[in-house]
Design a protein around this ligand. Structure first.
Ligand SMILES: Nc1ncnc2c1ncn2[C@@H]1O[C@H](COP(=O)(O)OP(=O)(O)OP(=O)(O)O)[C@@H](O)[C@H]1O
Ligand SMILES: [Mg+2]
Length: 286
């Protein structure tokens, strides 16, 4: 009988037996939220996009925090349920287990979170010495992917090994870019990185878009200058802009999504629009 099972399927079954986890019936689209510059709204975008996709679109969403600062769990502290069983570091280095084991449900229906741990920064150095160091997260997401519709990975503010792991695990790249020339320079670097990944590691990532964040309508001169430098990426710039809105920071402090904190705020409306756009773009590619 075993002779009738193709080798590929036999390998998959063996892997599942090894992790002891059951496969689900979904196949998540994986989005890496990535920008080299700090403080441009990566975590705010990852958290509120994840909540928007779960709440407004009925998606099963997993938010993975690949940044040792641990901001995703902090930003959702009022919503998290359960206690984390192991560390993301352990999973990345252990290889035998899957991030699914770390997923904490939240009170936001459909949304689960894999928190980071403080060791993650130090882990980066250990990962760098491993064979296949770029694929550790991808390997640790195989089962998790089958249980969710969307996985969103919040990246640290650099293009180190943790970010490379996120990009290699991802189908899509979303780049938050605040209205500064430094931020636009960072976009160049990320696009160069994904080209290198495509050439050297044979992994293609679709650009979901460049998201203009912290947009201050009163700063017309600065906005026009930055928009002009973004011109070369025009086909990737999303139509939505996230305005400067203190409600976003207040929601983060309260440990919940902006949609739950104040659904009428300009931040909530903008992130709802972004979730709609993301659903459309992903569906268009399918
Ligand atoms: N559109 C916005 N309006 C007002 N405040 C914002 C906005 N977006 C983010 N913030 C605030 O700016 C700070 C930085 O945002 P966030 O943590 O999302 O950035 P980040 O890119 O993830 O930073 P890091 O690079 O450190 O990971 C937070 O206090 C957040 O609440
Ligand atoms: Mg962050």
């Amino acid at each position: 009988m075993s002779g009738l099972i193709p080798t590929g399927i036999r390998r998959i079954l063996a892997k599942d037996q090894r992790s002891g986890l059951e496969r689900g019936h979904r196949r998540a689209e994986v989005i890496a939220v990535c920008a080299q510059k700090g403080g441009v709204g990566k975590t705010t975008t990852a958290v509120n996009l994840a909540a928007g996709l779960a709440t407004n679109h009925g998606k099963k969403v997993l938010l993975i925090d690949m940044d040792g600062q641990g901001h995703c769990a902090a930003a959702l502290h009022a919503e998290l349920q359960g206690v984390v069983g192991d560390s993301l570091t352990g999973v990345l280095l252990g290889k035998r287990r899957d991030v699914l084991e770390l997923a904490l449900p939240t009170k936001i229906p459909g949304l689960s979170v894999v928190p980071s741990d403080k060791m993650l920064g130090a882990t980066e150095g250990v990962m760098a010495g491993r064979i296949g160091k770029e694929f550790l997260l991808k390997g640790a997401m195989k089962i998790a992917r089958t249980h969710f519709d969307v996985v969103i990975i919040d990246c640290p503010p650099n293009l180190g090994t943790l970010t490379t792991n996120a990009l290699l695990a991802a189908d899509w790249l979303l780049v938050p870019c605040d209205m500064s020339t430094l931020s636009v320079e960072g976009v160049d670097d990320i696009f160069h990185t994904i080209e290198t990944i495509e050439d050297a590691l044979d992994h293609h990532i679709h650009v979901l878009g460049i998201l203009r964040t912290r947009y201050d309508g009163r700063n017309q001169k600065v906005n026009e200058a930055v928009e002009a430098t973004l011109e070369r990426f025009a086909r990737h710039v999303l139509p939505q802009r996230i305005p400067i809105n203190t409600t976003l920071a207040q929601a983060q402090l309260a440990g919940t999504s902006v949609g739950r904190f104040d659904p009428r705020s300009s931040g909530a409306v903008a992130y709802n629009d972004l979730a709609d756009e993301v659903v459309t773009r992903i569906a268009d590619r399918a």
